[in-house]
Design a binder for this molecule. Structure first.
Ligand code: ARG
Length: 287
């Protein structure tokens, strides 16, 4: 019985290899079976994009939400609007290591995991916490960060400690850990979920909300470039997944492994620190 099953499995494998081979022939003549967005070349085996698939198509598609300095943000570089930041440097390094081009798709944060699931993007680098409830595979953490509270400077005396947040209106980005924290950990909070971080900052500046919760480096970036807003000193949240990781499609262990190797190499070369410093400089110069 066992033998029969393994014979059957072997046959299935042979067939899928043949099918994959046919598939890539099609791709060569420009007629991929994917009529959707033309980027997803799927491996016949388990429907997962392999490292080889990425090399074959010559491009890795990054999904990000460029409203999150210093991780990813829009900046005018030589008169041109570009998406830059710490995560973008990491993405470029990954593309280089794989020997492919980097294509960036910018979207709202809460759309990223859907884009990953449908194959519209190959990986998500967006200052994302590897929350186990998220439908994705996560790499190792590449940056540790916690959450901070951002306020209008006029409120400096009113919000100094955790209890001061009770009953306050709190701005957070939709679909983020911050939204969860505000809803679950702050008593009687009036949580205002907004699409983007610049929206949150605008609401703060015009006193439409009392405070905002953001990842510490992001809160600091906005405070750096806006003299009306400040980060509340000593008011930090410790969250379980206090670090950010790259997300790939759920179950894509091969790509996860490869990205872990690349992250480890970047860490070893001291590149992560360097990119972080550079991204912060860019926030000051161009935001
Ligand atoms: N770290 C938070 C989370 O994973 C927020 C990330 C928001 N990222 C962004 N690019 N807007 O939920």
């Amino acid at each position: 019985m066992k033998k029969k099953i393994s014979l059957l499995l072997a046959l299935i494998m042979v067939f899928s290899v043949i099918l994959t081979a046919c598939g890539s022939n099609d791709a060569n003549v420009g007629d991929t079976s994917d009529k959707g967005n033309g980027t997803q070349v799927e491996n016949g085996g388990n429907g997962q994009l392999t490292v080889q698939d990425i090399k074959d198509k010559g491009t890795i598609v990054l999904g990000t939400s460029a409203d999150y300095p210093p991780f990813e943000f829009h900046a005018m570089i030589n008169g041109k609007d570009e998406i830059v930041g710490f995560d973008i440097e990491l993405a470029k390094y990954i593309a280089d290591e794989l020997g492919v081009e980097l294509e960036i798709r910018d979207m709202d944060f809460d759309k990223l995991l859907g884009a990953l699931a449908t194959g519209m993007v190959d990986m998500v680098i967006a200052g994302m916490n590897p929350d186990p409830e998220r439908e994705a595979n996560f790499t190792d953490i590449y940056y540790e960060a916690n959450l901070a509270v951002l306020i209008h400077k006029d409120n400096a005396d009113k919000i100094t400690k955790m209890e001061d947040l009770e009953g306050k209106s709190i701005g957070v980005q939709i679909g983020t850990i911050q939204e969860e924290v505000a809803k679950e950990e702050i008593k009687d909070a009036e949580v205002k979920s907004l699409g983007t971080n610049p929206d949150i900052v605008m609401n703060l500046m015009t006193n439409k909300i009392d405070c905002a919760i953001m990842e510490t480096p992001v809160a600091e970036s906005y405070a750096q470039v806006n003299e009306d807003i400040i980060v509340v000193e000593g008011l930090n949240f410790d969250i379980d997944s206090g670090g950010v990781a790259i997300a790939v499609k759920k179950g894509n262990d091969e790509l996860t492994e490869k990205l872990n190797e690349i992250i480890a190499a970047a860490k070893e070369e001291g590149l992560l620190e360097k990119w972080f410093v550079e991204a912060n400089e860019l926030v000051n110069e161009s935001l």
